[in-house]
Structure formats: structure tokens, C-alpha cells
Design a protein around this ligand. Structure first.
Ligand SMILES: Nc1nc2c(ncn2[C@@H]2O[C@H](COP(=O)(O)OP(=O)(O)OP(=O)(O)O)[C@@H](O)[C@H]2O)c(=O)[nH]1
Ligand SMILES: [Mg+2]
Length: 323
């Protein structure tokens, strides 16, 4: 329970900027006013501003208009409640849990464009799994960027150290700088099998979704993992940067074409007023957002829970008003 509470407050504080950009102005605009067309236009503008996207905004505003015409909504405050309910209804219950292999090791492939937050997210996932008592092996498949292996190595070391004696270690498998990332993926899977590790997480180099050869390289990494461990990768997670706005939708489409993304992790939600992009992603694709990143420490990863997310987005917060 304490854990869940901690996650909720993290999500809530992570969404502070979005809340200030979306919910706080909406609340002040809507309070005490009659719901008329001018007010609906203001709601529309606020949604677009928070990166909810044109399609989802049209749908949400359309539903407010409809409810107003039918007489179900007359006051500004009602529109806010209506909006919350409509938003929550966009996510039917889905399995957003991490898919684990029936027989370990589970293999998770992490991909995304440059700087989206892949390596940090890899460390966060490792910390989460470690806290569940699972041993983790990180595969440093970013052989491209100087310093990338070191970055992951530092994380593996830090996570192992802070877990203390008796806790499962976080292993690292690395290759030569400039070497073949698929070879590292193979070695990582191989080592995980021989060491009896529970979960392998393959951190890959950032690549633009427009770079065909690099997208093919990602497919090769995936195929090599599958060759060594039948059924792998069990998850292909695309890390999107929440601050990148509508471009994230394009990335989701292209990465999915190349490597069948099974889940999205939306990182850096704490650093943007564009938390509405979660809604835009939902409108554009069926790929579930499985986790959200709300900071730079290993604990700053939260499972995406639509109801809690919408509540956090519209929470009234004294701290916000003071800020
Ligand atoms: N505020 C915030 N910062 C984050 C989050 N996730 C990652 N970052 C920061 O974003 C920067 C890039 O993160 P990395 O994990 O190195 O990104 P990457 O995708 O591995 O980058 P490349 O390997 O160079 O493509 C770092 O400064 C991270 O600390 C997050 O959820 N919130
Ligand atoms: Mg990286």
C-alpha cells in the first residue's frame, strides 16, 4: 500500500507542469460560467496546448458539445467532470503488466530515438525487477556512442551496490566499442542462460526512425535474441520522450513497423507541460503505454494506470497554486 501511495504521489508531482498548463487554467476558466460555445472553444484550445492532439481533442470536444445539446451539461464545472470521464473511458482495461517468459530468462528489448531516455529507463526497469527479487542482466548493445557502455556499467554497479548483500545482482554484458550490437545481444542472452538470470534488458543505441539501415540493425538484434532464446524478445519497449510532442506518434508508427513494439514507455513526463501526449498516443495506436518516466532516479518509473493518471492530471493541488 505504501508503495502504491508512493507511486501515485510521484505521478502526481511528475504531472505538475501539465496540470498547471491544462487543468488549472481549465478549472479557473470553467468555474461559475455557463457552458456555451465560446467556453467550449477555450476547452479545445487548452487541450491542444497540452498536446492531447487534434484527433483526440476533436473527439473530446465533440462529446462535450453533444452532452450540452442534449441538456446533460449546462455548467462549466460539469464539463470538467465530463471530460475526466471521457478521458478515462479511452482506455478499456488492458494488460499493461510486463510480459515475462514462462521459463526464464525473459528478454526485453529497449529502443527509441537519440536521447529519448532508453538507458535511464533500462536502469529503472532493472531496479523495479530487482526490487521484485529478480536477477537482471543488462546487455550494452549501444556500441555506437562513446560512453554509452560506461553509462550502463555505472548503473549496473550502482544498482548492485545499493541493493546490498543478499539481493540479486545486476549483471552487465558488453562488447567492443564500434562492434556489432547483435553480437552483444547474443552474448547477453547466452550469459543469462548460463548464469540462470531472470531478466535480460537490451539497451540499444538511439536511432532516428528515418534511418533505414539502423532500423534494420534493430530487427537483427531482435532476431538474434530470438535465435538464442525461443520466444525472445518477450517485450519490445519503445521509449518516447514526452517533451517531443506529436513527433512521438510518428516514431511509434515507424518503430512498430520495424520491430513490432509491444509497449511504450513515456519518459520525461515530469519535464513537460505536454502530458496530454499520453492521450494522443492512445488515440493514434493500440500499443499500450506500460510505464511512465517521471524523473531521473531509478525509482522514477510508474506503471501507467489510466484512472490514476487522469485523476493526477486534474487534481487540485495547493502546492501547484503556490508555485
Ligand atoms: N526529467 C527526466 N529526465 C529523464 C527521464 N528519463 C531520462 N531522463 C534524462 O534524459 C537524458 C537522456 O537519457 P538517456 O537515458 O541517456 O537517453 P538515451 O535514450 O539512452 O540516449 P542515447 O543512448 O544517447 O540515445 C538524461 O539526462 C536522463 O537523466 C525522465 O523520466 N525524467
Ligand atoms: Mg542510451
Amino acid at each position: 500500500m505504501a508503495l502504491i501511495k508512493g507511486v501515485l504521489s510521484k505521478v502526481r508531482s511528475g504531472l505538475r507542469r501539465t496540470r498547471q498548463a491544462l487543468a488549472a487554467p481549465l478549472r479557473s476558466v470553467l468555474s461559475g460560467r455557463t457552458l456555451d460555445e465560446a467556453l467550449i472553444r477555450e476547452i479545445e484550445a487548452a487541450l491542444i496546448q497540452a498536446d492531447v492532439g487534434v484527433a483526440a481533442t476533436r473527439r473530446l470536444v465533440g462529446s462535450i458539445r453533444e452532452a450540452r445539446s442534449s441538456g446533460a451539461l449546462t455548467r462549466g464545472e460539469d464539463a470538467l467532470e465530463h471530460l475526466k470521464a471521457e478521458l478515462k473511458a479511452m482506455w478499456p482495461s488492458a494488460d499493461r503488466a510486463l510480459r515475462l517468459a514462462d521459463t526464464p530468462p525473459t528478454v526485453i528489448l529497449v529502443a527509441g530515438i537519440n536521447g529519448s531516455g532508453k538507458t535511464t529507463t533500462t536502469a529503472k526497469l532493472a531496479a523495479m525487477l530487482q526490487a521484485q527479487g529478480k536477477s537482471v542482466l543488462l546487455g550494452a548493445c549501444d556500441t555506437f556512442r562513446a560512453g554509452a557502455v560506461k553509462q550502463l556499467e555505472v548503473w549496473a554497479h550502482r544498482l548492485t551496490e545499493r541493493a546490498g548483500a543478499g539481493a540479486p545482482a545486476v549483471h552487465l554484458v558488453r562488447g567492443a566499442e564500434g562492434g556489432d550490437p547483435a553480437a552483444v545481444a547474443f552474448d547477453a542472452c547466452d550469459a543469462a542462460v548460463s548464469r540462470g538470470v531472470d531478466v535480460v534488458i537490451l539497451d540499444t543505441a538511439g536511432r532516428l526512425h528515418t534511418q533505414d539501415p539502423l532500423m534494420r540493425q534493430l530487427a537483427k538484434i531482435r532476431d538474434v535474441a530470438a535465435k538464442r532464446i525461443p520466444g525472445a524478445p518477450h517485450e519490445v519497449l519503445l521509449v518516447l520522450d514526452a517533451t517531443s510532442g506529436q513527433n512521438a506518434l510518428r516514431q511509434a508508427a515507424v518503430f512498430t513497423d520495424a520491430i513490432d513494439v509491444t509497449g511504450i514507455i513515456l519518459a520525461k513526463l515530469d519535464g513537460t507541460a505536454r502530458g496530454g501526449s499520453v492521450v494522443a498516443i492512445r488515440q493514434a495506436t493500440d500499443i499500450p503505454v506500460k510505464f511512465i518516466g517521471v524523473g531521473e532516479t531509478p525509482e522514477d518509473l510508474a506503471p501507467f494506470d489510466p484512472d490514476a493518471f487522469v485523476e493526477a492530471l486534474f487534481a487540485t493541488d495547493d502546492a501547484d497554486r503556490a508555485a
